[in-house]
Design a protein around this ligand. Structure first.
Ligand code: CU
Length: 188
């Protein structure tokens, strides 16, 4: 009888211990689930935000082409401007109206500048002021890359919104316009 009671007691203790172990296990599982959720929030969310962020530099490094966007009329038209002694050369002579991005590269040994002036005047009727073009009388100035930004070897970008017409692209440092640093761009 005593043996039987003892056995029952042992069984009860064994059962109780198992219940405890089981509850610990359940708690551990719950904690694991919480840990997983915590990891998902703390690590995965910023990672996802970083991946989706528009100013993500590593994503910008790999160029993706969107032909549809490039065909859009509001797309910026790029014009490469080669500047040297003593000439200004454009990669294209005609662009559609809208934003135009001038990418000026000074391949000369001297510092230069780039000025965009809208004018209808022919080359031989452009007014001079001393040894420069008279920018105010020549037409309407649309933009400029200053001399200190376009030193020898430098590349500088200027984006301007151009309406249809004829544009003069020049370097107006003393004597440079007369020496030949001028060209025309037609905007249609
Ligand atoms: Cu110049």
């Amino acid at each position: 009888m005593i043996v039987k009671k003892l056995n029952f007691c042992n069984l009860y203790l064994f059962y109780n211990q198992n219940i405890k172990i089981y509850s610990y296990y359940k708690r551990y599982q719950q904690l694991n689930k919480l840990n997983f959720k915590f990891c998902l929030t703390v690590i995965a969310t910023p990672l996802l935000l970083w991946a989706c962020s528009p100013n993500n530099t590593s994503r910008q490094a790999t160029p993706t082409s969107f032909p549809v966007a490039q065909q859009n009329s509001s797309a910026v038209n790029k014009v490469q401007v080669t500047i040297k002694e003593m000439a200004v050369q454009l990669s294209k002579s005609t662009v559609p109206a809208g934003p135009v991005e001038f990418v000026a590269n000074n391949q000369g040994n001297l510092d230069h500048e780039m000025v965009v002036i809208k004018t209808d005047l022919p080359l031989d009727q452009l007014p001079l002021k001393g040894d420069r073009l008279d920018e105010d009388k020549a037409g309407k100035k649309f933009g400029e890359i200053e001399e200190d930004e376009l030193t020898s070897g430098a590349t500088k970008t200027l984006t301007v919104n151009l309406t249809p017409g004829r544009y003069l692209i020049i370097c107006n440092l003393p004597g440079h316009f007369q020496a030949g640093m001028r060209t025309f761009l037609t905007v249609k």
